[in-house]
Design a protein around this ligand. Sequence first.
Ligand SMILES: NC(=O)c1ccc[n+]([C@@H]2O[C@H](COP(=O)([O-])OP(=O)(O)OC[C@H]3O[C@@H](n4cnc5c(N)ncnc54)[C@H](OP(=O)(O)O)[C@@H]3O)[C@@H](O)[C@H]2O)c1
Length: 345
Amino acid sequence: MNAQAQTTQRQWQLRKSGDAPPRLELVELPVRQPGEHEVLVRVHAVSLNRRDVYVKMGRYPGPMRANLVPLSDGAGEVIATGPKATRFGKGDRVAAIFFQGWQEGRFKSEHLATALGGAVDGMLSQYVTLNENGLVAIPKHLGYEEAATLPCAGVTAWNGLVTRGHTRPGDFVLLQGTGGVAILGLQLAQALRARAVITSSSDEKLARAKQLGAAVTINYKTTPEWDKAVLAATDGGGVQQALEVGGKQTLGKTLASLAPGGHVALIGGLSEFGGDIPAYALMGRNATASGLYVGSRADFEALNAFLEQHQIKPVIGRVFEFDDAPAAYDYMDSGALFGKVVIRL
Ligand SMILES: NC(=O)c1ccc[n+]([C@@H]2O[C@H](COP(=O)([O-])OP(=O)(O)OC[C@H]3O[C@@H](n4cnc5c(N)ncnc54)[C@H](OP(=O)(O)O)[C@@H]3O)[C@@H](O)[C@H]2O)c1
């Protein structure tokens, strides 16, 4: 489709009425042509994160735009550029970055107000008009659907394991569940020549994780004291890295699973955000905990270079059509999720 010819588009918005949680509504509205430093992107694929489910339930902390276009993650093709935009040209394949304002360096509080699909309109739209600095080129070996899985879960897993974690070959890496962050984390751990220890509520999903290279698999439902199983599987030494996505119910066991000198990336709240870290649990083991909130454009570019170098393709569990977006949300809670859920446009 040609941007000049295309003047209207369809997009999903989260509409709120009264005290009820927001509802997804498909609306038709004009395509906004790019301003000076902006780029118009024809979106070809988007992906869901657990955050998007919380946003739809009205349970996500932080600033939230009215009639929000949801979803932070998407990839597409540049079809028009503003008069002063120089980073991309027509036909370039791009993905949006989670915090549109965070290019590199330290995180600042003002970046919070630039989160796609939260503070500002997101990607569940046929077209988006974004500042050229809010985009990255997508790796050559990935299609749009694969690239759309990366901006939130991918960058977070990368920062947990590499930027903050400095994972080394031979390290044990703890991954919780088989959702977006954990499965990309498993693929990164493999490429880093680390040993993945993964938990799941499903033996069938654990078998799939094993096929992806997991060294140790533990069912956290049938083995509620899974931290002991982690220690047993690591000869009592524990894991050097942990991507903590479980939250309140898992944090204590994650700390109990941590090796001396280990690192835990505090990422998620699948069982509610929160939990306590007793100081000695870290101090006594010379261990580190770092709070992570996705990452910058520079982090995303570093992830993409690594994925290309190792020819890693993210795992897509299921793909939905644009008109079936509400079903994609339902699928996230169906118990069938493995890896990422994608919507194609
Ligand atoms: N801080 C950040 O920047 C950041 C970035 C991305 C995500 N997050 C957070 O990280 C968490 C994971 O996000 P996601 O998008 O990867 O989620 P997701 O794709 O929805 O993954 C959900 C999976 O996690 C597993 N799970 C559910 N409850 C669990 C529990 N109590 N203990 C262990 N595993 C559990 C389940 O796997 P099985 O079916 O295999 O049991 C479930 O399928 C969410 O809380 C999200 O908000 C934070």
